[in-house]
Design a binder for this molecule. Structure first.
Ligand code: 5GP
Ligand code: ZN
Length: 112
């Protein structure tokens, strides 16, 4: 499949890795929007949150468990934001499920 994040998950395109296990990969965003900005992706292709089902939703719990652990390891105790854009109007540019983790500066709410 011609999917950028499937290629990154397979190691065919290099990335700056934060964490990896059998199910997921965490790597720094190439265009950071905050002092800390990394992406969490399932290795298995899921297009977006719109494609989460009872059969594949376990990966979402696992992703959040790893985010919690990384927030401690990386000392994000001042706060962090988890964002997943779904579809064109929300600004999803890569059609492979990913969770942005942003930290290290004050983040506006509501988002633009
Ligand atoms: P989206 O716009 O779909 O919510 O998020 C996609 C993110 O992937 C963007 O923040 C963008 O900077 C990042 N990105 C796009 N291509 C690459 C790449 O080749 N490597 C890395 N590390 N990040 C990428
Ligand atoms: Zn993919």
């Amino acid at each position: 499949m011609d999917c950028l994040f499937c290629k990154i998950a397979a190691g065919e395109i290099p990335s700056r890795k934060v964490y990896e296990d059998e199910q997921i990969l965490v790597f720094y965003d190439i265009e950071p929007q905050a002092p800390v900005h990394f992406l969490v992706i399932p290795k298995k292709h899921i297009s977006s949150v719109g494609e989460i089902t009872p059969e594949n939703s376990q990966i979402v719990a696992h992703i959040y468990e790893v985010i919690a652990k990384l927030s401690q390891d990386l000392k994000l105790e001042n706060g962090f934001r988890v964002v997943t854009n779904c579809g064109e109007e929300a600004g999803q540019s890569v059609p492979h499920l990913h969770f942005h983790v942003l930290a290290g500066r004050s983040l506006a709410w509501p988002p633009g």
